[in-house]
Design a protein around this ligand. Structure first.
Ligand SMILES: [Ca+2]
Ligand SMILES: [Ca+2]
Length: 490
């Protein structure tokens, strides 16, 4: 009897062991499946910054720029040091990024209308729709697609979080003029800043469990005007130590009248006016402070990712929608085809890719969509006009024959290669800059006979088709500025 019970106990133990073993095998298989699913379908975190030019540590656009968080992200992936927007102004730049189409294809050139107004832009799913349609959970907060009405593009939207932020009772700069064109240490309480709220929301999403791979966007608003940031970011740049950007006094002398008129910069103030009001240095300081603040918010999101279960299976893309002049070429803000306005920070990190790479090949925001398709193992889309940057994430100096195109207004284009920057306006006037010897683009070489062949090549690379501008609820000053330049060109 005792022996029978003993033998039964052994059988029970054996069967329990077998069950445990089977369970363990099943669990391992599931885990293996999950981990392979994770490797095949990594999450995506996009950090989008508004109006950030190359004033970051890693791009070296200003010697005093303080961006330790953006710089540490660059060390984790590939820094595209020669990256450019496709339109030097918010709405069409973002439309090009998310549709993967050039302004000359969609007809979206200006601040108005939004991308929904273009039949071509809406013919195929844009970036957020495409990833939602193919199994991703799309989430975001702040400004990414265009700002005013971003919610409809996501499955889960945290809100704009207050847009350009709270305003003080009166302008802090002491300057007259547009309310948004102001700067200063404000508000005292950092939690009132929209970018703080966006960092909070995105960080929270990174602590939550998600059933599907996600595409998550932090759409920061600074350093876009008004250049308000909490006081500690201004204190980091003592007023008497601020360095002005290097400029050439007669820089505009070698430009056509068309180029000078087109890029006048309204609604930004004129450089001469800022000089008269002794405001240049204050504005530079405010921009540096705003950049340092948005870098801090970026760092909070990166820390949240690092502390999350998603740290090793998430692609990170950091970008800005265009650059910004602060007195270079005697002008301010965006709306030009010069390097100060077209160059943007672009960093991509992805699981399994080498960290710390730097590529000087010409890249564009239009390349982000095809790059993300390749990095997530999705089929390429033939309708996209950009090019996957994955080859440059493997070999940063790989052969790369395509100059990157930026367009401002119909038929005004710039093409940037590894070394050269070529500009051609609707009136036929041209500029050529040699970045090996002239990183400030001071000396227009377009009329030098030794560059004739290069100019021919660049002309051949211009878009063959220029879509008519899509007419929406245009802001009159914008169309007036364009028409004025157009009249000059006739
Ligand atoms: Ca912008
Ligand atoms: Ca010049």
């Amino acid at each position: 009897m005792a022996s029978a019970r003993k033998s039964q106990n052994v059988r029970i133990r054996n069967s329990t062991m077998i069950q445990i073993l089977i369970r363990a095998v099943c669990v391992s298989a599931v885990l293996l499946f999950c981990s392979s699913a994770r490797a095949d379908r990594p999450n995506i975190l996009i950090i989008s910054i508004d109006d950030l030019n190359d004033w970051t540590g890693c791009l070296g656009g200003h010697p005093q720029a303080k961006t330790p968080n953006i710089d540490r992200l660059a060390k984790r992936g590939t820094l595209f040091r020669n990256a450019h927007c496709q339109a030097p102004i918010c709405t069409p730049s973002r439309a090009s990024l998310v549709t993967g189409l050039y302004p000359s294809t969609t007809g979206l050139y200006f601040l108005q209308p939004k991308l929904d107004a273009s039949k071509i832009a809406t013919r195929h799913p844009h970036l957020l729709q495409h990833f939602a349609d193919t199994g991703y959970h799309t989430m975001g907060a702040g400004k990414f697609v265009h700002g005013g009405n971003d919610g409809k593009h996501y499955q889960e939207y945290g809100g704009s979080m207050g847009g350009f932020g709270p305003l003080p009772d009166k302008k802090l700069s002491g300057l007259e003029g547009l309310r948004l064109w102001d700067w200063g240490p404000f508000p005292e309480d950092e939690s009132r800043m929209p970018d703080t709220k966006i960092a909070d929301w995105v960080s929270k999403k990174l602590t939550q469990k998600h059933e599907r791979p996600f595409l998550l966007v932090a759409g920061f608003w600074r350093p876009h005007v008004p250049m308000y940031a909490p006081p500690r970011w201004f204190e980091a740049f003592p007023k008497d130590k601020v360095q002005l950007p290097k400029v050439l006094e007669n820089d505009r002398d070698d430009l056509s009248d068309y180029a000078k008129t087109l890029t006048i910069g309204f609604p930004a103030p004129r450089h001469e006016w800022l000089m008269e009001h002794d405001a240049w240095s204050d504005a530079v300081r405010a921009y540096l402070a705003s950049v340092a603040f948005v870098d801090h918010c970026t760092g909070r999101v990166l820390n949240a990712l690092k502390a999350s279960p998603y740290r090793d299976n998430t692609i990170v893309v950091l970008l800005s929608d265009h650059g910004w002049h602060l007195g270079e070429k005697q002008r301010w803000a965006k709306r030009s085809l010069w390097n100060d306005s077209t160059r943007v920070p672009l960093i991509i990190t992805a699981p399994g890719y080498k960290p710390g790479l730097v590529s000087d090949r010409p890249a564009g925001l239009i390349d982000i969509f095809p790059t993300l398709l390749e990095l997530t193992g999705r089929a390429p889309r033939a309708d996209l006009e950009g090019r996957s940057l994955v080859p440059l994430m493997k070999q940063p100096d790989a052969d790369w024959d395509r100059p990157i195109l930026t367009t401002f207004g119909p038929k005004n284009h710039s093409l940037r290669s590894t070394r050269w920057h070529y500009l051609r306006y609707a009136d036929g006037s041209e500029e050529l800059y040699d970045h090996e010897n002239d990183s400030h683009e001071w000396h227009n070489l377009a009329d030098k006979s030794e560059h004739r062949e290069l100019l021919m090549q660049m002309r051949r690379a211009l878009p063959k088709h220029n879509a008519e501008p899509v007419i929406g609820d245009w802001q009159q000053w914008e169309i007036d500025a364009w028409r004025k330049a157009e009249r000059l060109g006739r």
